[in-house]
Structure formats: structure tokens, C-alpha cells
Write a new protein. Structure first.
Length: 184
């Protein structure tokens, strides 16, 4: 019990059974109330919420969670919808990736107006790729395109070229109908 109320009793209650019983009973109630208060406090912040708290945020923003989403994925979806408007810079996008724990790098090819996101297959999940697509669709200007490049873990390149040869033929057959069997 974190809240031991016996420590706060005056000395003249030492050995009084009724008062000790009351303090032990109230200590448990106080522990539960304190943990509930802490839960309510943490549910005011998207990154600190539990499942009940994130459900409230999702309802406010209009997000339907997928059945396989973890708590962190749900928090990231809400954060992406609630982000305040800021000037869109490459530095801001990098900070956003760090905040959302997306293991990818972003760079811009300015002459081509191309944003290039690079990640490794072993580090990034398909849900995180979906989050990157959402962010880029929302934040990039309309005259920019984006590429998402995911590097594979192991790639083997061979020099073998396989060439095959085949024969193709066609036959056309024309048959005249036997009209003697048709009744007039």
C-alpha cells in the first residue's frame, strides 16, 4: 500500500484497534483514487493515454481503429490528425518522423520537386509506411511528388540470362456442310 495513513496518526491513537482498521481501509481507497486520478491526468495527453483514453481521442477526431492496431499505432494516428499547422520544411518532416518513431529518412530533390523517403525493410512496418503516405499526402504541396524506397535485407544479383526458343504453328481447316441431310 503506497499510502500508509498510519504514519500520519497522532501518538495517542497507538494501539487503538478501531482507528488502525479505519486507516488501513481508507488507505486502500486512497490508493485506488490516486491511481484513477493519475490515469485521468495521463489520458489528457495523446502520447500517454491508455486504451480508454485513446478511444476518446479517436472518437473526437473520427478515426475507426483497425483490429490489429497497437496502442502506439492508434496514438500516432491521432497525433497525425491533431498536429498543429506549421510551415512545412524538410526539418519539420524529419522531426515528425522522429516524434512518430518512423525509422526512415527524407530528402528532397529540389529541381525535380521530388520528396524521397528511404527506409530499410527490417526496420519499418507496413503500418508505418501507411503513416508516411498519409503525412506526405497531407503535408506536401500539390506540385511535389514523393517516392518511398524500402531497401530489402538480402538481394542476390545473378548474371544468368535464360533464352528459350519455341515453334508456333497454326492450321486452318475448312469443311463444307452436307446439305443432303436437311429436310426441306
Amino acid at each position: 500500500m503506497a499510502n500508509n495513513l498510519m504514519d500520519y496518526l497522532p501518538d495517542y491513537y497507538d494501539g487503538v484497534y478501531e482507528m488502525e482498521a479505519i486507516m488501513h481501509a481508507q488507505g486502500g481507497v486512497l490508493d485506488r483514487a490516486e491511481s484513477e486520478q493519475l490515469r485521468l491526468l495521463l489520458n489528457q495527453f495523446v502520447t500517454q493515454t491508455d486504451a480508454k483514453g485513446i478511444a476518446v481521442f479517436e472518437d473526437q477526431v473520427g478515426i475507426k481503429p483497425a483490429s490489429g492496431d497497437t496502442l502506439q499505432m492508434r496514438q500516432n494516428k491521432v497525433l497525425m490528425r491533431l498536429l498543429p499547422p506549421r510551415p512545412i520544411t524538410i526539418r519539420y518532416m524529419r522531426e515528425l518522423f522522429v516524434t512518430l518513431k518512423i525509422p526512415a529518412t527524407i530528402r528532397v530533390d529540389y529541381p525535380k520537386r521530388d520528396a524521397i523517403v528511404e527506409a530499410k525493410n527490417a526496420e519499418i512496418t507496413s503500418k508505418q509506411i501507411d503513416n508516411v503516405k498519409y503525412l506526405l499526402n497531407i503535408y506536401l504541396p500539390a506540385n511535389m511528388v514523393y517516392e518511398i524506397r524500402v531497401a530489402l535485407n538480402e538481394v542476390q544479383i545473378t548474371n544468368n540470362i535464360k533464352i528459350g526458343a519455341g515453334i508456333w504453328s497454326r492450321a486452318d481447316v475448312t469443311v463444307q456442310a452436307n446439305l443432303s441431310q436437311i429436310k426441306n
